[in-house]
Write a protein that binds this ligand. Structure first.
Ligand SMILES: NCc1[nH]cc(CCC(=O)O)c1CC(=O)O
Length: 334
């Protein structure tokens, strides 16, 4: 730094990994940093990026959700203030940004949503217990997708359940349950596991009950396209089956022209025969109408695999649109 000549033993300069300050972002970035060092031998330093959305909850609601976090990291990448960034893939807009490469999609964590309920109860037990007490189960979530599927589940079995819109980080959300304001909250299993809080989950919500958000449980590692060496090095963290599965999920989302807060769910899973099964749901938050469809196809894991997966996603989205998905989502948007 101060003009000393480099010696042969000079350690490689640390790669700068830009991260938000939230506990989940720090946990995810820390895990990826260790993996990058293990696989490439390069040291990694965390660089905190503070966003407008981090400083103001009100602002976050107004400027439109998680997109602001992603943009701040992307600006830092494009301006060369950081070398790479880790995003929750489900928070990433479907449009590919100019000048940035999706260098790796590491192996997906558990994609399922999770119920965190008082006394460790399951959804069935909770609803039954509170019916006995003469009231509806109050379940917190800020996600129209989770609301739609919870309410549809309750309608189908005549259960008393009320969804309550909440915001905030994982601590705040679980605090509503431990503080007694709510009977349960729904969060992503992956986030809880990465925070070391998996033991607080009272029930994993299987896809039959709730299909997760497109890309849930997966991470995206992004860097500048111009940094070809780093793009190639980061590819060591890529997990092709995950990358291809989320390509199908995100193609469905993109074709429906829905954003990360839309009541759209999608999950692609691999069968042992290399068939990709894609399940998609579009609904309205009160669960009165829920469109659920599946598509599947054999996918060859070659260089066209993502293209094949996207075709599956587009085709399923087209079928959902034919069945009235646009009307369902349009009614919500207006
Ligand atoms: N929308 C916020 C967000 N973005 C990613 C995760 C969890 C981790 C993941 O899905 O990879 C969460 C929290 C949640 O939905 O509970």
């Amino acid at each position: 730094m101060n003009g000393q000549p480099l010696t042969e033993q000079a350690p490689a300069a640390a790669l700068r990994l830009g991260t938000r300050r939230s506990a989940l972002a720090m946990a995810q970035s820390g895990m990826v940093a260790r993996e990058v060092t293990r696989l490439t031998g390069r040291p990694v330093e965390l660089v905190e990026i503070t966003t407008y959305g981090d400083t103001s909850r009100e602002a976050l609601a107004q400027i439109g959700g998680t997109g602001v976090f992603v943009s701040a990291l992307r600006d830092a990448l494009l301006e060369g203030r950081i070398d790479f960034a880790v995003h929750s893939l489900k928070d990433l807009p479907t449009a590919a940004p100019e000048g940035l490469a999706l260098a790796a999609v590491p192996e997906r964590e558990d994609a399922r949503d999770a119920l965190v309920a008082a006394e460790g109860l399951t959804l069935d037990e909770l609803v039954e217990k509170l019916a006995g007490a003469g009231r509806a189960a109050r379940i917190g979530t800020g996600s129209p997708r989770r609301m739609a599927q919870l309410n549809a589940w309750a309608r189908a079995r005549g259960a008393q359940l009320e969804t309550v819109a909440i915001r905030g980080n994982v601590d705040t959300r679980i605090g509503y349950v431990t503080g007694g304001e709510l009977d349960a909250v729904v969060l992503a299993t992956a986030g809880l596991n990465r925070l070391g809080r998996g033991a607080e989950i009272s029930q994993h919500l299987d896809p039959e009950l709730m299909i997760p958000a497109p890309g849930q449980g997966a991470l995206a590692i992004e860097c500048a396209t111009a940094d070809a060496d780093l793009t190639a090095a980061l590819a060591a963290l890529d997990h092709a089956p995950t990358r291809v599965a989320v390509a199908a999920e995100r193609a469905l989302l993109a074709t429906l022209e829905a954003g990360c807060s839309a009541p759209v769910a999608a999950l692609a899973t691999w069968s042992p025969e290399n068939e990709l099964q894609l399940d998609g749901v579009v609904g309205d938050p009160d669960g009165a109408a829920l469109l659920k469809m599946s598509a599947n196809g054999p996918i060859v894991l070659d260089e066209t695999a993502e293209q094949q997966a996207r075709a599956l996603g587009h085709a399923l989205a087209a079928r959902l649109l034919d069945a009235g998905a646009a009307t369902l989502m349009g009614e919500r948007a207006r």
